[in-house]
Write a protein that binds this ligand. Structure first.
Ligand code: PGA
Length: 244
């Protein structure tokens, strides 16, 4: 794992977006694995600004998102479909047909999981952008998800629902289940960029880097991947800096 520590979020966002832009310029048919949540917002803003200023084209890029809530209307502002449209896709020249997000609304969730695995087999991910939950989850793979999991339905941990309640009217409105790429699906990516900011991620970050490789902390699996870059601000890095 290569660890990069930044003094502020802006310089971190610039560094990560530069890598993504370089990838797309060098390989216009890249497959990007994308994340939602607060963490990638600044990175997506940089991508949108760059597209406007330098015309980096996403016409042939394929994107595959990590996860989606189960049972939430796609058009709800809290859905990850809406998140991606508003915070990235609508401002790029990307073909909506090339943007994939798991279907959490369908009645046949098993078929939706299988369909998502098929999409990733057809479009292996070149670079996967990842956040980390305060409980160490990646995607919505909560603690104790098997490392060999593919796309599946997961019961969201109370910690995750509480962390994400800010995007809903109340905790009761946060869905209890999600459809998520599995841990194997994530580690199949050729390269992984994990981003963590803020003090509430410091414990999970320390476990991911120095802890045992154990499903109790899903992000610890990244120690086994040959091509992972971790981008941290000082707050998220605070416990690894103090343990040196
Ligand atoms: P956040 O979520 O970016 O909203 O902190 C990260 C995650 O849960 O993976």
């Amino acid at each position: 794992m290569n660890i990069h520590i930044f003094k502020n979020k802006k310089s971190l966002d610039e560094a990560v977006s530069r890598l993504l832009i370089e990838q797309v310029n060098k390989h216009p048919k890249s497959v990007l694995g994308l994340a939602t949540g607060s963490t990638p917002l600044g990175i997506y803003k940089q991508l949108m600004d760059d597209h406007k200023r330098h015309k980096t084209s996403y016409q042939d890029v394929v994107t595959i998102n990590l996860d989606e809530y189960v049972g939430l209307d796609k058009n709800s502002p809290a859905s990850y479909q809406s998140f991606m449209k508003v915070n990235l896709f609508d401002a790029l020249d990307i073909n909506p047909k090339n943007t994939f997000i798991p279907d959490g609304e369908t009645k046949d969730l098993d078929a939706a999981c299988q369909a998502y695995d098929d999409i990733m087999k057809k479009h292996p991910i070149d670079i996967q952008l990842l956040g980390i939950g305060s409980n160490g989850h990646i995607g919505f793979n909560e603690p104790n998800t098997p490392f060999d999991s593919e796309t599946h339905i997961i019961e969201l941990a109370l910690k995750t629902r509480t962390d994400n309640a800010v995007h809903f009217k109340s905790l009761d409105d946060v869905p209890t289940q999600a459809i998520t790429m599995g841990i194997k699906s994530i580690t199949n990516s050729k390269r992984i960029l994990l981003v963590a900011t803020g003090a509430n991620k410091a414990q999970a970050v320390k476990g991911m880097i120095f802890g045992e490789i154990d499903p109790i902390l899903p992000a610890s699996v990244l120690q086994t991947h040959p091509n992972v870059d971790v981008f941290l601000d000082y707050q998220a890095a605070s416990l690894i800096l103090s343990s040196k």
